[in-house]
Design a protein around this ligand. Sequence first.
Ligand code: ADP
Ligand code: MG
Length: 388
Amino acid sequence: MSFERITGRIIKHPKKLSFDYVPDHLPNREEQMDKLFTLFRRVIESGVSQNVFLYGSVGTGKTATAKRFCMDYREWAENKGRRIDYVFINCRRRSNKQQAMWKIVSHFDSNFPDRGFSVGDMLEILQKHLKNKKTHLFVVLDEVDTLVQRDGSDLIYLLSRFEDEAISPEGRLSLLLISQKNVLELLEQSALSTFKRGNRVKFPSYDRNELLDILSYRSKLALHPDSLGDGELKLLATTATSERGDARFGIELLERAALIAEGKGKGDIDAENIRAAKADIDPYFTEEKIHELNTNEKLILLSAVRLLRSSPFTTTGEVEDCYAMVCEEFVQKKLAHTQFWKYLKSISDHGLLNTTTVSSSKGRTTEVSLSDIPADVLETRLADMLSR
Ligand SMILES: Nc1ncnc2c1ncn2[C@@H]1O[C@H](COP(=O)(O)OP(=O)(O)O)[C@@H](O)[C@H]1O
Ligand SMILES: [Mg+2]
Protein backbone atom coordinates (compact mmCIF):
# COMPACT_ATOMS: atom_id res chain seq x y z
CA MET A 1 0.00 0.00 0.00
CA SER A 2 1.25 3.45 -0.79
CA PHE A 3 0.91 6.15 1.83
CA GLU A 4 1.93 8.78 -0.70
CA ARG A 5 -1.65 9.57 -1.57
CA ILE A 6 -2.41 10.68 2.00
CA THR A 7 0.66 12.76 2.71
CA GLY A 8 1.38 16.34 2.00
CA ARG A 9 -0.99 17.17 -0.82
CA ILE A 10 -2.32 20.17 1.06
CA ILE A 11 0.17 21.03 3.81
CA LYS A 12 3.46 22.14 2.33
CA HIS A 13 5.24 23.37 5.48
CA PRO A 14 3.83 21.68 8.61
CA LYS A 15 6.16 23.72 10.86
CA LYS A 16 4.53 26.94 9.79
CA LEU A 17 1.31 25.85 11.47
CA SER A 18 2.97 24.92 14.76
CA PHE A 19 2.40 26.97 17.92
CA ASP A 20 5.97 28.10 18.31
CA TYR A 21 6.50 29.22 14.72
CA VAL A 22 6.84 33.01 14.64
CA PRO A 23 5.77 34.43 11.27
CA ASP A 24 7.54 37.46 9.75
CA HIS A 25 4.37 39.51 9.90
CA LEU A 26 1.47 39.61 12.31
CA PRO A 27 -1.48 41.11 10.48
CA ASN A 28 -3.63 43.35 12.70
CA ARG A 29 -0.95 43.64 15.35
CA GLU A 30 0.81 46.61 13.75
CA GLU A 31 -0.56 48.95 16.42
CA GLN A 32 0.82 46.80 19.24
CA MET A 33 4.19 46.45 17.49
CA ASP A 34 4.36 50.23 17.00
CA LYS A 35 3.48 50.90 20.60
CA LEU A 36 6.18 48.49 21.79
CA PHE A 37 8.69 50.18 19.54
CA THR A 38 7.70 53.64 20.79
CA LEU A 39 8.19 52.51 24.37
CA PHE A 40 11.46 50.69 23.79
CA ARG A 41 13.22 53.05 21.40
CA ARG A 42 14.37 54.98 24.49
CA VAL A 43 16.44 51.98 25.48
CA ILE A 44 18.80 52.69 22.61
CA GLU A 45 18.25 56.42 22.31
CA SER A 46 18.63 57.48 25.93
CA GLY A 47 19.82 54.38 27.70
CA VAL A 48 16.84 53.92 30.00
CA SER A 49 15.31 50.56 30.80
CA GLN A 50 11.63 49.97 30.22
CA ASN A 51 9.14 47.73 31.95
CA VAL A 52 6.09 46.95 29.87
CA PHE A 53 2.97 44.91 30.43
CA LEU A 54 1.18 43.08 27.57
CA TYR A 55 -2.29 41.73 28.23
CA GLY A 56 -5.27 40.16 26.48
CA SER A 57 -7.15 36.89 26.33
CA VAL A 58 -5.91 33.60 24.92
CA GLY A 59 -4.97 33.45 21.21
CA THR A 60 -4.75 37.22 20.72
CA GLY A 61 -1.12 37.04 19.60
CA LYS A 62 0.65 38.23 22.76
CA THR A 63 3.39 35.59 22.71
CA ALA A 64 3.92 35.77 18.95
CA THR A 65 4.02 39.59 18.96
CA ALA A 66 6.49 39.71 21.85
CA LYS A 67 8.80 37.25 20.08
CA ARG A 68 8.54 39.04 16.74
CA PHE A 69 9.17 42.35 18.50
CA CYS A 70 12.31 41.08 20.26
CA MET A 71 13.73 39.68 17.01
CA ASP A 72 12.98 42.82 15.00
CA TYR A 73 14.20 45.16 17.71
CA ARG A 74 17.47 43.27 18.05
CA GLU A 75 18.05 43.67 14.33
CA TRP A 76 17.12 47.36 14.41
CA ALA A 77 19.52 47.96 17.29
CA GLU A 78 22.28 46.03 15.56
CA ASN A 79 21.99 48.30 12.55
CA LYS A 80 22.61 51.17 14.93
CA GLY A 81 25.67 49.40 16.31
CA ARG A 82 24.02 48.47 19.63
CA ARG A 83 23.65 45.06 21.11
CA ILE A 84 20.31 43.75 22.37
CA ASP A 85 19.62 40.24 23.52
CA TYR A 86 16.49 38.61 24.87
CA VAL A 87 15.42 35.66 26.99
CA PHE A 88 11.95 34.23 26.76
CA ILE A 89 10.57 32.47 29.82
CA ASN A 90 7.30 30.64 30.01
CA CYS A 91 6.39 30.96 33.68
CA ARG A 92 3.92 28.12 33.48
CA ARG A 93 6.93 25.86 32.95
CA ARG A 94 9.38 27.76 35.18
CA SER A 95 7.00 28.63 37.90
CA ASN A 96 9.27 29.89 40.64
CA LYS A 97 11.84 32.68 40.76
CA GLN A 98 14.74 30.27 41.15
CA GLN A 99 13.88 28.41 37.94
CA ALA A 100 13.15 31.60 36.01
CA MET A 101 16.45 33.14 37.12
CA TRP A 102 18.31 29.94 36.21
CA LYS A 103 16.84 30.10 32.70
CA ILE A 104 18.11 33.68 32.33
CA VAL A 105 21.63 32.86 33.48
CA SER A 106 21.87 29.68 31.46
CA HIS A 107 21.10 31.73 28.36
CA PHE A 108 24.68 33.04 28.76
CA ASP A 109 26.22 29.88 30.15
CA SER A 110 24.62 26.68 28.95
CA ASN A 111 26.47 24.63 31.57
CA PHE A 112 25.30 26.69 34.52
CA PRO A 113 24.35 24.28 37.35
CA ASP A 114 20.68 24.19 38.24
CA ARG A 115 21.24 24.18 41.96
CA GLY A 116 23.54 25.69 44.53
CA PHE A 117 23.01 29.36 43.62
CA SER A 118 20.57 31.78 45.22
CA VAL A 119 18.56 34.29 43.21
CA GLY A 120 20.89 37.02 44.52
CA ASP A 121 23.99 35.10 43.35
CA MET A 122 22.47 34.60 39.94
CA LEU A 123 21.59 38.30 39.62
CA GLU A 124 25.22 39.19 40.23
CA ILE A 125 26.40 36.63 37.69
CA LEU A 126 23.93 38.00 35.18
CA GLN A 127 25.22 41.53 35.74
CA LYS A 128 28.73 40.41 34.88
CA HIS A 129 27.59 38.66 31.71
CA LEU A 130 25.73 41.75 30.50
CA LYS A 131 28.67 44.04 31.19
CA ASN A 132 31.15 41.73 29.47
CA LYS A 133 28.97 41.37 26.45
CA LYS A 134 27.95 45.04 26.41
CA THR A 135 24.40 43.93 25.95
CA HIS A 136 21.05 45.26 27.01
CA LEU A 137 18.79 42.32 27.88
CA PHE A 138 15.03 42.02 27.35
CA VAL A 139 13.56 39.53 29.78
CA VAL A 140 10.14 38.31 28.68
CA LEU A 141 8.10 36.68 31.41
CA ASP A 142 5.22 35.02 29.59
CA GLU A 143 2.14 33.87 31.54
CA VAL A 144 3.66 35.77 34.43
CA ASP A 145 0.50 35.50 36.53
CA THR A 146 1.42 31.88 37.33
CA LEU A 147 4.78 33.04 38.72
CA VAL A 148 3.26 35.86 40.76
CA GLN A 149 0.52 33.66 42.15
CA ARG A 150 2.93 30.97 43.28
CA ASP A 151 5.94 33.02 44.21
CA GLY A 152 4.93 36.66 44.70
CA SER A 153 6.39 39.67 42.86
CA ASP A 154 9.88 39.49 44.31
CA LEU A 155 11.67 38.57 41.10
CA ILE A 156 9.84 41.26 39.14
CA TYR A 157 10.91 43.83 41.69
CA LEU A 158 14.55 42.69 41.64
CA LEU A 159 14.73 42.58 37.85
CA SER A 160 13.02 45.93 37.44
CA ARG A 161 15.56 47.59 39.77
CA PHE A 162 18.48 45.85 38.15
CA GLU A 163 21.57 48.08 38.09
CA ASP A 164 20.00 51.33 39.15
CA GLU A 165 23.05 53.45 38.62
CA ALA A 166 24.22 52.30 35.19
CA ILE A 167 24.42 55.18 32.76
CA SER A 168 24.63 53.39 29.44
CA PRO A 169 22.02 50.92 28.17
CA GLU A 170 24.60 48.15 28.13
CA GLY A 171 24.57 46.00 31.21
CA ARG A 172 20.94 46.89 31.81
CA LEU A 173 17.76 44.98 31.58
CA SER A 174 14.18 45.64 30.47
CA LEU A 175 11.13 43.60 31.37
CA LEU A 176 8.19 42.51 29.28
CA LEU A 177 5.45 40.91 31.31
CA ILE A 178 2.72 38.99 29.51
CA SER A 179 -0.53 37.82 31.02
CA GLN A 180 -4.18 37.18 30.32
CA LYS A 181 -5.21 38.65 33.61
CA ASN A 182 -4.28 42.08 34.87
CA VAL A 183 -1.23 40.96 36.77
CA LEU A 184 -0.44 44.52 37.86
CA GLU A 185 -3.26 44.13 40.35
CA LEU A 186 -1.41 41.22 41.90
CA LEU A 187 1.93 43.01 42.26
CA GLU A 188 3.06 44.36 45.57
CA GLN A 189 3.42 48.12 45.75
CA SER A 190 7.22 48.05 45.46
CA ALA A 191 7.19 46.13 42.18
CA LEU A 192 4.19 48.04 40.87
CA SER A 193 5.93 51.39 41.34
CA THR A 194 8.42 50.45 38.59
CA PHE A 195 5.63 50.24 35.98
CA LYS A 196 4.52 53.47 34.38
CA ARG A 197 0.80 53.79 33.72
CA GLY A 198 1.31 54.21 29.99
CA ASN A 199 3.46 51.12 29.66
CA ARG A 200 0.62 48.77 28.91
CA VAL A 201 -0.18 47.21 25.58
CA LYS A 202 -3.62 45.78 25.11
CA PHE A 203 -4.37 42.81 22.82
CA PRO A 204 -8.08 42.82 22.01
CA SER A 205 -9.78 39.70 20.62
CA TYR A 206 -9.79 39.48 16.83
CA ASP A 207 -13.00 40.02 14.90
CA ARG A 208 -14.03 37.96 11.89
CA ASN A 209 -12.30 40.16 9.32
CA GLU A 210 -9.08 40.20 11.28
CA LEU A 211 -9.10 36.43 11.63
CA LEU A 212 -9.77 36.21 7.92
CA ASP A 213 -6.55 38.21 7.24
CA ILE A 214 -4.57 36.12 9.69
CA LEU A 215 -5.78 32.75 8.45
CA SER A 216 -5.35 33.82 4.84
CA TYR A 217 -1.75 34.79 5.55
CA ARG A 218 -0.95 31.66 7.56
CA SER A 219 -2.55 29.37 4.98
CA LYS A 220 -0.52 31.00 2.19
CA LEU A 221 2.63 30.37 4.21
CA ALA A 222 1.87 26.77 5.07
CA LEU A 223 -0.33 25.26 2.36
CA HIS A 224 0.05 24.45 -1.31
CA PRO A 225 -1.54 27.12 -3.51
CA ASP A 226 -5.23 26.61 -4.34
CA SER A 227 -5.85 24.17 -1.53
CA LEU A 228 -8.12 26.56 0.40
CA GLY A 229 -10.91 28.45 -1.36
CA ASP A 230 -12.27 31.88 -0.32
CA GLY A 231 -15.55 30.48 1.01
CA GLU A 232 -13.74 27.82 3.06
CA LEU A 233 -11.39 30.46 4.44
CA LYS A 234 -14.39 32.53 5.46
CA LEU A 235 -15.96 29.53 7.19
CA LEU A 236 -12.73 29.00 9.15
CA ALA A 237 -12.76 32.63 10.25
CA THR A 238 -16.46 32.50 11.16
CA THR A 239 -15.92 29.37 13.22
CA ALA A 240 -12.87 30.80 15.00
CA THR A 241 -14.71 34.05 15.74
CA SER A 242 -17.48 32.14 17.46
CA GLU A 243 -14.69 30.90 19.76
CA ARG A 244 -13.96 34.43 21.05
CA GLY A 245 -11.61 35.65 18.32
CA ASP A 246 -8.88 33.18 19.12
CA ALA A 247 -6.17 32.90 16.41
CA ARG A 248 -4.72 29.82 18.05
CA PHE A 249 -8.00 27.99 17.65
CA GLY A 250 -8.25 29.24 14.05
CA ILE A 251 -4.82 27.87 13.13
CA GLU A 252 -5.49 24.57 14.87
CA LEU A 253 -8.75 24.29 12.95
CA LEU A 254 -6.97 25.04 9.68
CA GLU A 255 -4.36 22.37 10.35
CA ARG A 256 -6.88 19.75 11.44
CA ALA A 257 -9.14 20.41 8.44
CA ALA A 258 -6.14 20.09 6.11
CA LEU A 259 -5.16 16.77 7.70
CA ILE A 260 -8.71 15.44 7.41
CA ALA A 261 -8.83 16.40 3.72
CA GLU A 262 -5.41 14.86 3.10
CA GLY A 263 -6.55 11.71 4.88
CA LYS A 264 -9.38 11.46 2.38
CA GLY A 265 -6.85 11.71 -0.42
CA LYS A 266 -8.04 15.15 -1.49
CA GLY A 267 -6.02 18.09 -2.80
CA ASP A 268 -8.12 20.81 -1.20
CA ILE A 269 -10.10 21.55 1.96
CA ASP A 270 -13.89 21.67 1.76
CA ALA A 271 -16.49 22.94 4.22
CA GLU A 272 -17.26 19.43 5.48
CA ASN A 273 -13.59 18.95 6.43
CA ILE A 274 -13.72 22.18 8.45
CA ARG A 275 -16.87 21.08 10.29
CA ALA A 276 -15.34 17.68 11.00
CA ALA A 277 -12.23 19.43 12.34
CA LYS A 278 -14.32 21.57 14.66
CA ALA A 279 -16.21 18.50 15.88
CA ASP A 280 -12.86 16.79 16.49
CA ILE A 281 -11.19 19.57 18.44
CA ASP A 282 -14.21 20.71 20.32
CA PRO A 283 -17.07 18.16 20.42
CA TYR A 284 -19.49 20.86 21.42
CA PHE A 285 -22.37 19.54 19.40
CA THR A 286 -24.84 17.68 21.55
CA GLU A 287 -27.63 15.38 20.49
CA GLU A 288 -29.77 17.13 23.05
CA LYS A 289 -29.67 20.32 21.05
CA ILE A 290 -31.40 18.75 18.07
CA HIS A 291 -33.85 16.88 20.25
CA GLU A 292 -34.91 20.17 21.81
CA LEU A 293 -35.96 21.53 18.40
CA ASN A 294 -39.63 21.42 17.41
CA THR A 295 -40.75 20.08 14.02
CA ASN A 296 -40.73 23.50 12.34
CA GLU A 297 -37.18 24.13 13.48
CA LYS A 298 -36.06 20.69 12.35
CA LEU A 299 -37.51 21.30 8.89
CA ILE A 300 -35.75 24.66 8.61
CA LEU A 301 -32.46 23.28 9.88
CA LEU A 302 -32.68 20.37 7.44
CA SER A 303 -33.21 22.84 4.57
CA ALA A 304 -30.12 24.83 5.53
CA VAL A 305 -28.07 21.69 6.03
CA ARG A 306 -28.95 20.34 2.58
CA LEU A 307 -27.70 23.55 0.99
CA LEU A 308 -24.58 23.48 3.12
CA ARG A 309 -23.52 19.96 2.13
CA SER A 310 -21.75 21.29 -0.89
CA SER A 311 -21.00 24.83 0.20
CA PRO A 312 -19.53 26.72 3.17
CA PHE A 313 -22.29 29.35 3.17
CA THR A 314 -25.85 29.86 2.05
CA THR A 315 -28.31 32.73 2.50
CA THR A 316 -31.62 32.97 4.33
CA GLY A 317 -33.42 33.45 0.98
CA GLU A 318 -32.05 30.16 -0.33
CA VAL A 319 -32.92 28.41 2.92
CA GLU A 320 -36.50 29.65 2.68
CA ASP A 321 -36.83 28.34 -0.90
CA CYS A 322 -35.44 24.98 0.04
CA TYR A 323 -37.68 24.91 3.12
CA ALA A 324 -40.77 25.06 0.89
CA MET A 325 -39.63 21.88 -0.86
CA VAL A 326 -38.70 20.15 2.38
CA CYS A 327 -42.22 20.82 3.74
CA GLU A 328 -43.72 19.14 0.69
CA GLU A 329 -41.40 16.19 1.05
CA PHE A 330 -42.34 15.59 4.68
CA VAL A 331 -45.96 16.63 4.16
CA GLN A 332 -45.84 19.45 6.69
CA LYS A 333 -47.53 22.84 6.69
CA LYS A 334 -45.19 25.62 5.58
CA LEU A 335 -44.78 28.61 7.88
CA ALA A 336 -45.30 32.19 6.72
CA HIS A 337 -42.21 34.36 6.17
CA THR A 338 -42.14 36.09 9.57
CA GLN A 339 -42.63 32.84 11.45
CA PHE A 340 -39.90 31.24 9.34
CA TRP A 341 -37.52 34.02 10.42
CA LYS A 342 -38.43 33.65 14.06
CA TYR A 343 -37.60 29.95 14.01
CA LEU A 344 -34.41 30.45 12.03
CA LYS A 345 -33.30 32.95 14.66
CA SER A 346 -34.05 30.49 17.43
CA ILE A 347 -31.95 27.81 15.68
CA SER A 348 -29.05 30.22 15.50
CA ASP A 349 -29.57 31.19 19.16
CA HIS A 350 -29.21 27.49 19.98
CA GLY A 351 -25.81 27.71 18.29
CA LEU A 352 -26.69 25.15 15.61
CA LEU A 353 -26.19 27.60 12.74
CA ASN A 354 -24.18 30.82 12.46
CA THR A 355 -25.95 33.77 10.90
CA THR A 356 -24.06 36.89 9.85
CA THR A 357 -25.67 39.90 8.24
CA VAL A 358 -23.51 41.44 5.53
CA SER A 359 -24.12 44.64 3.60
CA SER A 360 -23.08 44.89 0.00
CA SER A 361 -23.99 47.03 -3.02
CA LYS A 362 -26.98 44.73 -3.55
CA GLY A 363 -28.32 45.40 -0.06
CA ARG A 364 -28.25 43.36 3.12
CA THR A 365 -28.15 39.58 3.11
CA THR A 366 -27.89 37.17 5.97
CA GLU A 367 -25.30 34.46 5.45
CA VAL A 368 -25.92 31.12 7.07
CA SER A 369 -23.22 28.60 7.94
CA LEU A 370 -22.70 25.49 10.01
CA SER A 371 -19.57 24.73 12.00
CA ASP A 372 -20.08 22.18 14.74
CA ILE A 373 -20.79 19.04 12.77
CA PRO A 374 -20.49 17.88 9.11
CA ALA A 375 -23.64 18.65 7.12
CA ASP A 376 -24.08 15.11 5.82
CA VAL A 377 -24.06 13.67 9.36
CA LEU A 378 -26.60 16.21 10.56
CA GLU A 379 -28.78 15.75 7.49
CA THR A 380 -29.09 12.01 8.05
CA ARG A 381 -30.04 12.48 11.70
CA LEU A 382 -32.64 15.15 10.99
CA ALA A 383 -34.21 13.25 8.10
CA ASP A 384 -34.41 10.18 10.35
CA MET A 385 -36.12 12.06 13.14
CA LEU A 386 -38.57 13.74 10.78
CA SER A 387 -39.66 10.54 9.08
CA ARG A 388 -40.42 8.76 12.34
N1 ADP B 1 -1.83 38.65 13.99
C1 ADP B 1 -1.43 37.39 13.77
N2 ADP B 1 -0.94 36.99 12.58
C2 ADP B 1 -0.55 35.73 12.35
N3 ADP B 1 -0.58 34.76 13.27
C3 ADP B 1 -1.04 35.08 14.51
C4 ADP B 1 -1.49 36.41 14.82
N4 ADP B 1 -1.89 36.44 16.11
C5 ADP B 1 -1.72 35.21 16.58
N5 ADP B 1 -1.21 34.39 15.63
C6 ADP B 1 -0.90 32.96 15.80
O1 ADP B 1 -1.93 32.40 16.61
C7 ADP B 1 -1.40 31.51 17.58
C8 ADP B 1 -1.71 32.04 18.96
O2 ADP B 1 -1.00 33.25 19.19
P1 ADP B 1 -0.23 33.51 20.56
O3 ADP B 1 0.74 34.60 20.34
O4 ADP B 1 0.30 32.23 21.11
O5 ADP B 1 -1.46 34.02 21.46
P2 ADP B 1 -1.47 34.36 23.02
O6 ADP B 1 -0.07 34.34 23.51
O7 ADP B 1 -2.11 35.71 23.09
O8 ADP B 1 -2.34 33.31 23.64
C9 ADP B 1 0.08 31.41 17.28
O9 ADP B 1 0.29 30.30 16.44
C10 ADP B 1 0.39 32.71 16.54
O10 ADP B 1 1.47 32.54 15.65
MG1 MG C 1 0.82 33.14 24.94
